[in-house]
Design a protein around this ligand. Structure first.
Ligand SMILES: NC(=O)c1ccc[n+]([C@@H]2O[C@H](COP(=O)([O-])OP(=O)(O)OC[C@H]3O[C@@H](n4cnc5c(N)ncnc54)[C@H](OP(=O)(O)O)[C@@H]3O)[C@@H](O)[C@H]2O)c1
Length: 217
């Protein structure tokens, strides 16, 4: 059977390496980071899933947006991506940011020390798992039925999987004009990965980000 890759896709960081700012809340899912600045390149593409008006950009930005779901059979994310809550769940009312039609369309494994029953919304099921990266990846591989697995972030879980040397490819869009100073950090510099990964850097035609494409040596 073809190898099932673990892929970081369309992950956005500031010039100083943060995937989100500090102070995440219901009103500010990315803390003090301005999602308009960091993520606008993706929302402007022709293939952006929630686009309602015709048009949108093509080229490399659109290619990467369109590729997001290609051959993906499961996602792994951190509890910080699923919601802004911390500690034991006060109740089970919160069902993620994405409403009744989450954009994943696969099983999603939410890593947390505070588990709760699985939730199914349309064709996405969220499972809450308290386990180390290797164990979660094994579960996701079975659920993905031969397809690849997306590592959806945030930066804390991406770092953990990198430390465990489990990541096969990464696409990280670096917003050169944005400095956050604090928050959830992926890296000090992309150079940290160069001992294990090849790197191509391709500028977005928007000028707002440079796409960093890593694959294993
Ligand atoms: N820039 C981007 O493209 C991008 C992508 C995705 C998300 N985000 C943003 O990033 C922020 C979240 O990132 P983050 O780094 O703060 O958090 P995160 O990586 O989403 O989640 C961290 C949490 O995952 C759980 N966890 C991690 N490792 C675990 C393990 N081995 N066992 C059990 N549980 C484990 C813990 O939850 P418990 O505390 O419950 O134990 C931990 O607090 C949000 O603002 C989100 O909107 C940005």
């Amino acid at each position: 059977m073809k190898q099932q890759l673990l892929k970081v896709q369309n992950f956005n960081v500031s010039a100083d390496g943060f995937g989100a700012g500090q102070g995440q809340s219901l009103e500010r899912p990315f803390g003090h980071a301005d999602p308009g600045q960091m993520f606008a390149w993706a929302g402007a593409t022709a293939s952006w899933p929630t686009r309602t008006d015709p048009g949108g950009s093509r080229g490399i930005d659109d290619y990467l947006t369109r590729d997001f779901s290609h051959n993906i059979g499961a996602e792994i994310m951190g509890r910080g991506k699923f919601g802004p809550q911390h500690g034991p769940w006060q109740d089970h009312e919160w069902r993620g940011w994405w409403g009744e039609e989450p954009p994943f369309h696969t099983p999603v494994f939410v890593m947390t020390h505070h588990t709760r029953p699985s939730i199914t919304l349309s064709d996405t099921t969220f499972h809450f798992v308290d386990a180390d990266p290797g164990t979660v990846l094994k579960q996701a591989r079975v659920a993905a039925e031969g397809k690849d697995i997306r590592l959806g972030g945030g930066a804390t879980v991406v770092r953990e999987f990198l430390e465990a040397d489990l990541v096969d490819t990464l696409h990280v869009a670096v917003a050169d004009g944005v400095t956050l100073g604090s928050g959830s950090k992926l890296w000090d510099s992309p150079d940290e990965l160069l001992d294990r990964f090849h790197l191509d850097v391709v500028p977005s035609p928007t000028g707002a980000v440079r796409h960093h494409l890593f694959w294993r040596k």
